[in-house]
Each structure stands twice: as C-alpha cells, then as structure tokens.
Design a protein. Structure first.
Length: 163
C-alpha cells in the first residue's frame, strides 16, 4: 500500500549512510524506486516473478532516473545479501524464521533490516513505525548476532543486474 511505502521511506530517511539497498521480493519495484530517489546506491530489487522484473526494468528505463534502480530475477534464498547495507522485505509469516537466519548469516554488523508486515521472530527490533499491516520493524544487525557468511549464494552482479 502507499502507507507501507511511506513508512519504509520514513525509516530510510533516518539512515545517514545512503549505501547499497536490496528489496527482497520487490514486486513492482515501488520500494526500490523510492530508495533510489533517496540516494541509496545501488538500489536493487530481487524478484522471482519474471513479469514483475520486466515491468520494473522497463519502468526504470522510462524513468530516466540516475543512478538507475536495478532489478534481478532471482530466488532470494540463493541470492547473497553480503554486499548490502540495507535490506527491505515484505515477507509472509512462514518465511520470517528462515529469513532471519539468512540475514544473521550473511549481513555485516551495522546493516539495517526493515521487515514489513511481519517482524523477525527472535531478533529484538530497534524501532517500529506505523501500525497493523503497515508496520515497519527496524533491526540493526549487531556484531553478537553476526554469524559466518554463507558462500553458496550468487550476488547481484553475478545475477546480471544490468538493464
């Protein structure tokens, strides 16, 4: 919803480090476009649906935005999150526990994670914005949460993000 996008943007505006951002399950790309407008570079959307990826890529080309948002057709479970300092996910409840473990394994300390609709099950959020279905939970990955990196994932450069 527009409210969800506004809530995510409000949280991202608080981030002084406007560096690499990935939206997992980027759908039509709204979050990625908003992040790019806010100066997050690169802003990358990861989506499995080829039609949504194609739509987002066409929209990125048509927008003339610079730097251009990038979109990748990939399985989020096989996609490396290590290059990113900011992660946004609109997940379903059943995926949040395995996703939490992936985040802990792959993200470096200091990374911001924005979970939308459902919180991560065991990590304590640093903040929450909005309410109900529009809630955004902010997590800052700490050193004590960090585990070893997963080496089997592909990164966004290997996935062919050029449009």
């Amino acid at each position: 919803t527009d409210t969800q996008v506004r809530n995510v943007a409000a949280v991202l505006r608080k981030r002084s480090q406007r560096s690499a951002l990935v939206d997992l399950g980027s759908g039509d790309g709204r979050i990625v476009f908003e992040a790019a407008k806010l100066g997050f570079t690169p802003s990358v959307g990861v989506e499995l649906n080829p039609w949504l990826v194609a739509y987002s890529k066409i929209r990125a080309l048509a927008s003339g935005a610079s730097p251009r948002p990038r979109f990748v057709r990939a399985d989020l479970w096989k996609f490396s999150l290590a290059p990113f300092d900011n992660v946004v996910v609109f997940g379903v409840e059943q995926m949040m526990a395995p996703l939490e473990q992936k985040l802990i394994n792959e993200l470096k300390p200091g990374t911001w994670v924005l979970a939308c609709r459902f919180p991560l099950p065991t990590l304590k959020p640093d903040d929450a914005y909005g309410d109900g279905i529009d809630t955004v939970w902010l997590y800052r990955i700490a050193l004590q949460q960090h585990s070893r990196p997963v080496e089997t994932s592909m990164n966004y450069q290997q996935a062919g993000t050029q449009i």
